[in-house]
Design a binder for this molecule. Sequence first.
Ligand SMILES: NC(=O)c1ccc[n+]([C@@H]2O[C@H](COP(=O)([O-])OP(=O)(O)OC[C@H]3O[C@@H](n4cnc5c(N)ncnc54)[C@H](OP(=O)(O)O)[C@@H]3O)[C@@H](O)[C@H]2O)c1
Length: 343
Amino acid sequence: MRKVKIILYGVGAVGNLIAKFLLKKEGIEIVGAIDIAKDKVGKDLGEVLGINKKLGIKVTANATALLSKVKADIAIHATSSFLKDTFPQITTIIKHGIKVISTCEELTYPYYTAPKLAKELDIRAKKYKTSVLGTGINPGFLMDTLVITLTTVCQKIEKIHAIRVMDAATRRVPFQKKIGAGLTVEEFKQKIRRKEITGHVGLEQSVAMIADALAWKLDKIIAESVEPVIASKTVRSRDIKVETGKVAGLRQEAKGIMKNKEVIVLDFQAYIGAEEESDAITIEGVPSIRQKIQPCVHGDIGTVAMVVNSIPKVIKAPHGLLTMKDLPIPSAAIEDMSKYISS
Ligand SMILES: NC(=O)c1ccc[n+]([C@@H]2O[C@H](COP(=O)([O-])OP(=O)(O)OC[C@H]3O[C@@H](n4cnc5c(N)ncnc54)[C@H](OP(=O)(O)O)[C@@H]3O)[C@@H](O)[C@H]2O)c1
């Protein structure tokens, strides 16, 4: 059985975790690595991953040269959150007939916020007989694919409410900084104004994916402002101490409005000291559904799993721009990867 050949495009925090997981996985061969970061270019991938072992794969910033030279089935792409930034990277990959799985949040469901780029990507993917999927834990699963799946048992739906609460103390320090942990409220607001804190990207995409799955024609999607969560007592992670009154993290909501009613509400909260971590989905309908995962799914572990488990589905999928909504029921690919692509 042949191995699935993979190029890594972006070996930052998430790309690094994906690479390490792939190295342990049977039926996978990493055949190249692309990144523009100065501390990575020209180094052996093993060194970049910090695994004390040379892999004989040099990280290159020249995507076109590598893609022209190396035969690969899929590029695992993890560089940025918005399609306007990733579009040139992804179109460079698909020109070589290579499929793409990307963690770009906007790409998980780009039809609402970037419809022209989405259409163009679909056209180009079909032209080069390849496929592109944006996925991850959220967006990609917890607040969209899982919600959509749960609606399957409903005859009638009035309202959907999903809430993700994460204790940021258990996450990477860059993530804790990204959500403003330890800042004063004024510093937090300033960073929001300067777009140094962008909050969670993907809620609007998740709302749009759910609405389209249900054929709900929303009047609008409201992306609420990113709000600080203020510590009511001193809380800490291993590296950051948050005193009472300072920012422990953030909260943001997105709402789908139909006939003047909030029919979809997604509520994302990530802060140091969250006492009860959970992913909860409530569907008000016939029947009503209350589903809760406790503690919430770990973001990094879940993202790596979503990306890797999607490999066989994307290999077998039709050409074009794909979303999680278009693929078969998601499932784990825990055995040798070649078993899933040969069946
Ligand atoms: N959907 C989800 O559930 C999910 C989950 C986790 C992460 N994500 C998203 O996935 C993306 C990657 O996350 P991360 O934490 O790994 O970010 P990161 O640590 O910043 O890593 C990104 C890497 O890609 C490199 N890069 C940027 N632009 C590039 C380009 N044009 N060509 C080649 N390499 C390029 C970066 O280099 P520089 O440092 O020099 O820019 C960096 O080394 C982010 O947008 C993140 O928000 C989504």
